[in-house]
Design a protein around this ligand. Structure first.
Ligand SMILES: [Zn+2]
Length: 614
């Protein structure tokens, strides 16, 4: 390990940058200010040296915090694990005493004299240790000379109690790299970028990525949208991605009564690395939302694949949490995070709107929409018999709830659909969930949080007692969602087990810790042995198999042949069969009810189309 300090007189570099930046003598009237100095050209063995000058401190002892987690990931990240060689430097250039707190944070003594801290950070992205496996879109990546991804939780910390302060970050980089972010980045010269935020929360809310430039932009309903890509290609891919994202965001622009942001950035890290070197348990791809941008880690393909579903969800987070959130989110406790009770709102409602927006814009059909929600019923199978969405939210960081986390996008989205049904039903079709959210947004906003415990009162004030009763029973209360009753209200027939005629290879699949396990069913064309683990579809690893291949396997439409490779007790076995048209038992069947009443059809129309039908 080579720390750049090792080659220089111990603390001279701090004094030099301090003077050249002209920040000596901050007066007491000025807002507290941190100043981070980073030279990404100094990265050695994936370790990046960071120096942060600190605001004036009037306490003898302070704690330097690296986040336990960041908003939106809902996973325990413990960023201090990526930090080494932490030093606190006094105004006289001497080292101050540093010890670790019981929760591993850095406690600095003699803090009145503290001038700066320095440390090395490892990147999280190509981390091989499954115990340090972080959600990639919230992670950091350093590839010398070519790629730097800063999710700042992994780069910069702060002094406990001084979270609402200015942060100025100065990054020196190779000439040919371009920094992309929702923040305005000042390019001081051809190697120095400077950016600036007003709080640590804002720093965390604004990832920055540097790479060879490939960007495009367009505008949607008055908002300027930037698309920036990191990818291994030699040509430009940004235009193709921007075209796809423009279609998605324009659909949302038409869905929303008004666009609540004036600018937005899609930041995409299209990773071209070797997926087989990654621990099989880790999630490779995904996206993380922020107020004015979202960050994606996706496979490196010159044109986007499956981006629109994810992007519409992430983009819709401009409603929640940006414009509607509780105090817990407004000023996040990065040391011992206090979660809001209302993940059902931030994630469940957002996921529901993402599909509703595509439906209303005719980007998907009603059949597609209900197939998606049928999938979400399948996806909610792990929900315990008694389940309160608010209790789950509040305690989302516990290991048990981390296991259940995916349900917020399935069960949580179903809950949002049903809440919309109750809202429309109890207002004679007039007011739906989107209208309620916009009504709440009038009272709250980006810097005006609601109180977690008062949200249901606020909703009841704007709606009626039927809505309150639903929230009390199925959101706060632990009663399972009444699937059949709710779908019946909108003329849909739901059955837990149903028999239909369909093309099938004769198997069922279940996702578990081991990956996708297969089970024989019906004619069992593949001769599957219970517990076979799926590895390849038509010779292609499932880690990189395309949507078409998955669709062919899970939902054949004709007598087509297919080959799969399974892991059978450690041995790879190739199995081949042809789909047959037979009776097929389906779980969670969801179909339009041909006998539905006119009233139910009118309510379905009101929910899905947003208007009353006459
Ligand atoms: Zn989300």
């Amino acid at each position: 390990m080579h720390h750049f300090l090792g080659r220089l007189a111990p603390f001279a570099p701090y004094l030099v940058s301090f003077l050249t930046l002209g920040v000596v003598g901050l007066s007491a009237q000025q807002a507290p200010r941190y100043e981070a100095i980073i030279d990404v050209r100094q990265v050695t063995q994936d370790r990046l040296p960071v120096t942060v000058f600190v605001p004036k401190i009037d306490r003898d002892e302070v704690t330097w915090i690296f986040p336990a987690t960041i908003p939106g990931t809902y996973e325990s990240q413990r960023w201090w694990r990526f930090v080494s060689d932490f030093r606190a430097i006094g105004k006289d250039g001497k080292l101050l005493n540093v010890r670790r707190s019981t929760d591993s944070q850095f406690v600095i003594s003699g803090a009145r004299n503290l001038q700066a801290v320095t440390y090395l950070v490892d990147d999280s992205f190509d981390e091989r240790d499954p115990d340090r496996d972080l959600f990639p879109p919230g992670g950091t990546s350093f590839e010398a000379d070519s790629v730097f991804v800063f999710n700042h939780a992994g780069i910069i910390g702060y002094i406990e109690g001084i979270q609402k302060a200015d942060f100025q970050v100065k990054v020196t980089r190779p000439k040919e790299l371009y920094g992309a972010s929702a923040l305005g980045i000042a390019r001081m010269n051809d190697t120095v970028d400077v950016y600036h935020v007003q709080s640590y929360d804002q720093l965390i809310d604004n990832p920055v990525m540097w790479s060879r430039p490939d960007t495009a932009s367009f505008s949607v309903a008055g908002a300027t949208v930037t698309v920036a890509l990191i990818h291994p290609g030699k040509d430009s891919w940004a235009k193709a991605y921007a075209k796809d994202l423009e279609r998605t965001t324009k659909a949302i622009g038409r869905f929303l009564p008004r666009m609540p942001v004036g600018r937005y950035a899609f930041l995409l890290y299209l990773w071209g690395g070797d997926t087989t070197t990654i621990h099989p348990r880790r999630q490779l791809y995904g996206a993380l939302e922020h107020s004015y941008c979202s960050f994606y880690v996706m496979p490196a393909t010159p044109t986007p694949r499956g981006l629109s579903d994810i992007a519409s969800h992430e983009f819709l987070h401009i409603l929640m949490p940006l414009n509607l959130h509780s105090e817990e989110i407004e000023s996040f406790d990065f040391r011992s995070p206090k979660m809001s009770k209302h993940l059902w709102l931030y994630e469940g409602v957002t996921e529901y709107f993402a599909h509703l927006a595509l439906l209303r814009d005719s980007a998907i059909s009603e059949e597609d929409f209900f197939r998606e929600f049928q999938g979400k019923i399948h996806g909610s199978a792990s929900i315990p018999e008694k389940f309160s969405l608010t209790t789950f939210s509040k305690n989302v960081l516990t290991p048990e709830n981390q296991e259940l986390y995916g349900n917020i996008y399935t069960y949580g989205a179903l809950n949002a659909l049903f809440l919309d049904v109750v809202l429309r039903e109890s207002s004679k079709g007039q007011t739906g969930l989107l209208e309620l959210i916009y009504d709440l947004m009038l009272s709250y906003g980006p810097s005006k949080p609601f109180k977690d415990d008062e949200l249901f009162d606020e909703i009841e004030k704007r709606t009626n007692s039927a809505v309150r009763a639903y929230l009390d029973t199925h959101v706060e209360g632990d009663r399972r969602l009444p699937m059949a009753d709710m779908f019946a209200k909108i003329g849909m027939s739901f059955r837990q087990i149903d028999t239909i005629k369909a093309w099938t290879y004769g198997f069922t699949a279940k996702f578990g810790a081991q990956g996708m396990e297969l089970f024989p069913e019906g004619h069992n064309g593949f001769d599957i042995v219970e517990g076979d683990k799926l590895r390849k579809i038509d010779g292609v690893s499932i880690m990189i198999a395309k949507e078409d291949a998955w669709r062919k396997l899970m939902d054949p439409k004709k007598a087509e042949s297919i080959t799969i490779t399974v892991d059978r007790q450690g041995q790879e076995v190739e199995l081949k069969t042809t789909a047959r048209y037979t009776d097929k038992q389906v779980r969670n069947s969801l179909r339009p009810d041909p006998q539905a009443s006119a009233e139910a059809m009118a309510l379905r129309h009101a929910v899905l189309r947003g208007t009353r039908s006459h």
